[in-house]
Write a protein that binds this ligand. Structure first.
Ligand SMILES: CCCCC/C=C\C/C=C\C/C=C\C/C=C\CCCC(=O)SCCNC(=O)CCNC(=O)[C@H](O)C(C)(C)COP(=O)(O)OP(=O)(O)OC[C@H]1O[C@@H](n2cnc3c(N)ncnc32)[C@H](O)[C@@H]1OP(=O)(O)O
Length: 199
């Protein structure tokens, strides 16, 4: 991704490389995952998401953000590159929202209430620098029935006390019927998928 958005190589080289990439992706043969199929390597929800655009080590789109528990919340560490640029040299606001949305979802799962975002309010206090290690933080601040309130922030690793972006979100845990309808590949609840590769 970085090489693609950074290069100033001539057009004929771009065409040659494109042909090479098409040849390579043509080798990704065999069975292809269906739309709602949870990858066998995943732990859903709240664990490994191999092809997530935010945390997935297997996704070329992801920074990727690495998540660890931290006190009463979760911390995500990542570095954005120029593929994630908004204003020149700074992160795209949508990327910041995506990092926060994802980590705030992880905070819900870590607190035992996996949920989906129903509302996300983001405040951009300072631009997010690219190519700079970032520290994202999220924690559940309250629950009310199936509704979970979550706070989040982004700062640099160098200056963790200065939040450059903050967010407040509301997440909702779908009821069991809705969960089964939304995620037909989930086998048994609670506890998510019972065994990898059991399909
Ligand atoms: C092992 C167990 C497995 C369980 C799995 C369960 C969940 C897993 C879910 C996610 C985890 C997975 C991966 C995480 C991945 C990424 C993290 C990033 C997060 C996202 O990227 S996620 C995508 C974007 N997200 C959506 O795609 C949601 C679209 N949405 C819906 O699909 C429905 O919305 C749904 C099903 C969520 C709820 O539907 P529903 O019918 O069950 O709920 P209902 O409407 O009854 O609302 C209940 C209470 O929430 C209040 N409420 C509703 N909306 C509100 C709002 N905007 N602001 C404030 N409060 C609100 C109501 O007022 C009421 O509150 P009250 O009860 O007090 O009246």
């Amino acid at each position: 991704m970085d090489a693609t958005v950074r290069t100033a190589t001539p057009t004929d080289v771009l065409h040659r490389v494109t042909d090479g990439v098409r040849r390579l992706t043509g080798q990704l043969t065999g069975r292809r995952r269906a739309r709602a199929e949870i990858p066998a390597v995943d732990e859903f929800p709240g664990g490994v998401r191999m092809y997530s655009p935010v945390t997935g080590a297997g996704s070329p789109l992801s920074p990727p953000m690495r998540v660890t528990p931290d006190g009463d919340g979760v911390v995500g560490r990542c570095t954005l590159g120029i593929a994630h640029e908004g204003p020149p040299g700074y992160g795209h606001g949508g990327m910041s929202a995506m990092l926060l949305d994802e980590l705030m979802g992880w905070a819900c799962a870590a607190a035992g209430s996996p949920g989906m975002t129903v509302s996300l309010q983001v405040r951009y206090h300072r631009p997010v620098p690219l190519e700079t290690p970032l520290r994202v933080f999220a924690r559940v601040t309250g629950t009310e029935g199936r509704k979970i309130s979550v706070d989040g922030s982004i700062s640099t690793e160098e200056d963790p006390s200065v939040a450059v972006v903050t967010a407040e979100g509301v997440f909702v845990s779908p009821d069991p019927d809705r969960t089964r309808a939304l995620f037909p590949d989930l086998q048994g609840t609670p506890g998510g998928r019972q065994a990898h590769g059991s399909r």
